[in-house]
Design a protein around this ligand. Structure first.
Ligand code: ADP
Ligand code: GLC
Length: 515
């Protein structure tokens, strides 16, 4: 996948040194939107003038791609690895400095970052991601690299969350931010494995990592980070409720004043219809003609009826309960009866994979279902469809609706989380005041989704209205520069003398707190 990234502009104000901690990064290792964020946010922070480095597990796909590597520290045997070496190099594409946790026994293996090829979680995930957190924390305390130590640590999701616990164990005066990309994945392990973490017993308590008799890595972030962010303001409010809290709403409420939402952006080096080399034809809001060629090429590639006038709906998604695609399966007969087509690219839940394949077999020419993971096809679907469907039960941010907006493929979304924050559903009012950018619905029911899809189909039949919506969608600017400025403002609050220096210290008066 081609990534066109300009070198970061030199900023006027030198910013703080920030260590980013994560378990995946686009384009090297990706299972979902987390990788897109970790690929885009550090360069955006660097463009804002921050001195940013990233620490990542040394999976083969990363370790074999990082340029100009040199050894920074030899850590010997730990967490079940025969030897751990810390290396520093530069990321291809962005050239950002990156630390690699090189532990071949733990990270260099066939399969995914969290699971074996058969779909089972790696049995030593506790050790693997405890090691990532341990290394990040010790980099932050300045113990591992005599040449560089960050002012602040910023970790993403449960895989990186243990860095906060190890910082707390050191009583290290390094402020930290923990970003929750998805509260539903928590990194839970048997209590008996706690001993492998090398933490004192006081950490295995309700005010620490203990969660209903298990060890929770997610809780390490939620309890010990100085501040918690989520990837949209609405999700930041939602996770304080029983409905969206995934069993951790009590913990979130306990940190109420420290939780805020910063919306993800679109990486324009990767998702831009004007430069996207995956497409049959490039296009822009000013010259949208190429989009029809993308639609025709997609219909041909997927064996769909070559019909310009049929509204083509698309999905690019993990197939999991979160994404609400069972609602789409239920709404499909009505969508097809109204003349629509559907293209689905996804992988995950075997029953959903089968159901979409069955739908495609039953409706050849009208429904196409591709099971698997295909970055280039994802681009061609986002560009070639008329509308991108994201009917999620919950959605911390969601990126495909943002890509849809950018590519003039109108999002049809459930009004939750980041979907609610990024798409303005068409109503008589939003159509007439020119703010509508897509279609939305509230209830997680097939009927509610059918209503939104039906409105999309009838609007599609009025080309002038559809074109107005497309222009409005493509004019949206969900940029990483905006998000990077918000993160920088948050970091600067934490770096003020005496503010947020102790782990988990409640901070009052921060912007966007949970109401
Ligand atoms: P999540 O992180 O919950 O999966 P997001 O919408 O934030 O959802 O991000 C999903 C990312 O993964 C997007 O970049 C999307 O294009 C990509 N993606 C999801 N499924 C596939 C697939 N089967 N093939 C290619 N890309 C996919
Ligand atoms: C998670 C969420 C998704 C979000 C992504 C990146 O995977 O499910 O909503 O867009 O992280 O932050």
């Amino acid at each position: 996948m081609l990534v066109r990234r300009e070198p970061p502009a030199t900023a006027a104000r030198p910013g703080p040194r920030v260590l980013q901690v994560a378990a995946e990064i686009f384009p090297l290792v990706k299972t979902g939107g987390l990788a897109d964020v970790v690929g885009a946010l550090p360069p955006a922070l660097a463009a804002e003038g921050l001195d940013v480095r990233v620490v990542l597990p040394g999976y083969a796909a990363i370790a074999d791609s990082v340029l100009h590597q040199r050894r920074v520290a030899e850590l010997g045997p730990m967490f079940g690895a025969a030897r751990v070496t810390l290396r520093l190099g530069r990321l291809p594409y962005s050239r950002l400095p990156v630390y690699l946790v090189d532990a071949p026994l733990l990270f260099r293996r066939e399969g995914g970052p969290y699971q074996a090829a058969d779909g089972h979680e790696w049995p030593d995930n506790l050790q693997r991601f405890a090691l990532l957190g341990w290394v990040a924390a010790h980099l932050a305390t300045g113990e591992l690299d005599p040449g560089w130590a960050p002012d602040l640590l910023h970790a993403h999701d449960w895989h990186a969350a243990m860095s906060h616990a190890y910082l707390a164990a050191h009583a290290a005066p390094v402020p930290s931010v923990f970003t929750v990309h998805n509260l539903a994945y928590q990194g839970l392990f048997p209590a008996g494995d706690f001993a492998l973490l090398g933490l004192s017993a006081r950490f295995m308590a309700a005010h620490g990592l203990e969660y209903h008799g298990q060890v929770s890595f997610m809780k390490a972030g939620l309890k010990f980070a100085s501040r918690i962010t989520t990837v949209s303001p609405t999700y930041a409010r939602e996770i304080a409720t029983h409905e969206f809290g995934a069993g951790l709403d009590g913990v979130i409420c306990g940190r109420r004043d420290d939780v805020s939402g910063i919306l993800n952006g679109v990486d324009r080096a990767v998702w831009n219809p004007e430069t996207d080399t995956a497409l049959a034809s490039r296009y822009s809001a000013a010259q949208p003609e190429g989009k029809m060629r993308c639609k025709a090429a997609l219909q041909q590639q997927l064996g769909l009826e070559a019909a310009e006038d049929r509204p083509l709906f698309g999905v690019v998604s993990r197939l999991s309960a979160q994404k609400g695609l069972d609602l789409l399966l239920a709404a499909l007969p009505r969508l097809l009866a109204e003349g629509g087509q559907l293209a689905v690219l996804g992988s995950g839940d075997a029953a959903l994979e089968r159901a979409f394949r069955d739908a495609a077999a039953a409706q050849p020419g009208r429904v196409a279902a591709i099971t698997g993971y295909d970055e280039s096809l994802a681009h061609r679907i986002i560009a070639g469809v008329d509308a991108v469907v994201v009917p999620s039960r919950f959605e911390p941010c969601g990126l495909t609706q943002l890509y849809g907006l950018r590519y003039g493929s109108l999002p049809v979304v459930r009004r939750v989380g980041g979907l609610a924050d990024t798409v303005v559903g068409a109503t008589p009012e939003t159509m007439s005041d020119g703010t509508a950018t897509g279609f939305s619905f509230d209830a997680a029911t097939p009927a509610a989704l059918e209503g939104a899809l039906g409105l999309a189909v009838s609007t599609y039949r009025e080309p002038a209205r559809w074109r107005r919506l497309m222009a409005q969608a493509m004019a949206q600017d969900f940029s990483w520069a905006v998000a990077a400025r918000e993160y920088r403002a948050l970091f600067e609050i934490l770096l003020r003398p005496r503010a947020g220096r102790s782990a988990g210290t409640p901070l009052r008066g921060g912007a966007g707190g949970v109401a």
